[in-house]
Every structure is written in structure tokens, then in C-alpha cells.
Design a binder for this molecule. Structure first.
Ligand code: NAD
Length: 237
């Protein structure tokens, strides 16, 4: 790992951590694109889109239910904890995440915008969202209309939630420090957010095990594992 510059969160009035699957990798949750990623093993057309759900809801629900015990076997790491500690001292520190695993919240973080939804919520197309944090689904049917509930996550071909996107936009537009961690940046909107932050004048930091596609967007490029880089970057946290 290279020498990591130290940052003091007190120097910034608004901070956004933008996290992707690489943030959870050290917790044991596989990324999508790396070796062992789930779309090497399963065809998303059969398991992770509305069309598949419409054809065979039980098959799609079985698939997603299996991810719950796997995620619960994993735990947040020191990198999650460092962000949580920074948040406790700085109420204007937010996390915008592409992850659906709830790992930030399990480490105690609160201001979390989940761009792609959550594995721990279910949704009825007519009666909205319900929390369901258990290992197995509490129910697969809406208690009001009896329709199938689907996981409240963004599947392939789904639109992102407009309200959630606007919230993320506003946070990033107003950030003084923007830190992107563990995202390949090829999936919309990950590709767009660092540019937005940079154009808005934020100090932009990139943390990843691989080099960024566009290095010119960043004031600091820190190559290494999320936990190790965060530990070196925020020694006071
Ligand atoms: P991705 O799989 O496309 O990219 C992961 C990135 O993390 C890569 O750039 C890789 O170099 C980097 N990385 C791997 N290990 C790392 C580590 N220890 N420290 C720092 N960086 C590391 O993931 P993505 O960019 O987030 O996009 C894929 C989509 O799938 C997103 O919506 C993502 O959230 C979702 N997804 C979510 C989970 C989850 O909830 N944990 C898991 C897989 C994919």
C-alpha cells in the first residue's frame, strides 16, 4: 500500500462517503465484477429483473432469501467503524451507498442513502415498502392485498428511485469532501457522482484496490483495501 495522506474531518463542513461493493468485500461479501461474483454463477435474466419475478416470483424470492443468511454471516470491518465514528462527530457526514447489504447501518451508521435499495425491505407494487430484517422472509405476500412482495432493491432494467437520487445529488453537490470507496464506477450513477462532486468544488478522494478510470477527477488517489486506507487516512477518527 502506498503512503496514505492524513485527512482531518474537522476541516470539512459537509462530507460524503460514496461506497460500492468493494467496501463490503473485506466483510466477506463478494463484489459483482470480481472473481466469485454472483453473476458469473447465475443469469440475472432469471433471478434479478422484474420480468423474471413476473414469470416465477417464488424462484426469484428463493434466490434473494438465500442471500440473507450469507450476509448475516458477515460483519462490518474497521473501515465501516471509522466512517461511523466520523459520522458521530459530524452530523453533516453522509453515506451514499450502492450496497444493499445494510453493513453500514450494522456498524452504527445512520445517515445512509441507499441508491439501490435494501435486501432487508420488501415492496408491494400497490401498498409500498415494509421492513423485513429477519433471516427468512416474514411473509412473501402483502398483508393488505395478498399480492407477491418483491425485494426493495434495484434489479436490472429497473429505474432508480427519483427521490433517493435527488437526495444523493443534493448531498454530493454540497459536499466539501467526497470520498469514493470500492466502486468500479461503471454502473450508473457511480460513473457520474465523482464528476458532480469535482465540478461542485469538493475535495475528491478515491479509495480502491484498482486504479480509477479517470484519475483527473481526484485530488487524492489512494490504492489499497478500504479498511487499511481509511485507517491510515483518518488516524484521529
Ligand atoms: P463492482 O463489483 O462493480 O466493483 C467493486 C469495486 O471494488 C472494484 O472497483 C474493485 O476494484 C473494488 N474493490 C474490491 N475489493 C476492494 C477492497 N477491499 N477495498 C477497496 N476496493 C475494493 O461493484 P460496484 O461498483 O458497487 O457496482 C456493482 C453494483 O452491484 C452496485 O450496485 C453494487 O452495490 C451492487 N452490489 C452490492 C453488493 C453489496 O450489497 N455488498 C455486492 C455486490 C454488488
Amino acid at each position: 500500500m502506498q503512503n496514505i495522506p492524513e485527512l482531518n474531518p474537522d476541516d470539512y463542513s459537509a462530507i460524503v462517503f460514496f461506497t460500492g461493493a468493494g467496501m463490503s468485500a473485506e466483510s466477506g461479501i463478494p463484489t459483482y465484477r470480481g472473481a466469485g461474483g454472483i453473476w458469473h454463477e447465475y443469469r440475472w435474466e432469471e433471478y434479478a429483473c422484474q420480468d423474471a419475478f413476473d414469470v416465477d416470483p417464488e424462484k426469484v424470492l428463493d434466490f434473494h432469501e438465500l442471500r440473507r443468511p450469507k450476509v448475516l454471516e458477515c460483519n462490518p470491518h474497521i473501515g465501516h467503524e471509522i466512517i461511523t465514528r466520523i459520522q458521530r462527530k459530524h452530523p453533516s457526514c453522509w453515506i451514499v451507498t450502492q450496497n444493499i447489504d445494510g453493513m453500514h447501518q450494522r456498524s452504527g451508521s445512520r445517515n445512509v442513502v441507499e441508491l439501490h435499495g435494501s435486501l432487508w425491505r420488501m415492496r408491494c407494487s400497490q401498498h409500498g415498502i415494509s421492513e423485513d430484517p429477519s433471516v427468512r422472509y416474514q411473509t412473501r405476500r402483502c398483508s393488505i392485498c395478498g399480492n407477491w412482495l418483491r425485494p426493495d432493491i434495484t434489479w436490472f432494467n429497473d429505474m432508480l428511485d427519483a427521490v433517493v437520487m435527488e437526495k444523493a445529488h443534493n448531498l454530493i453537490n454540497n459536499a466539501q469532501l467526497f470520498i469514493t470507496i470500492g466502486t468500479s464506477g461503471v454502473v450508473y450513477p457511480a460513473a457520474m457522482f465523482p464528476r458532480l462532486a469535482s465540478d461542485a468544488g469538493a475535495k475528491c478522494v478515491y479509495i480502491n484496490t484498482e486504479t480509477p478510470g479517470d484519475e483527473s477527477l481526484y485530488d487524492i488517489v489512494a490504492l489499497g483495501k478500504a479498511s487499511e486506507v481509511l485507517n491510515g487516512m483518518f488516524p484521529l477518527a
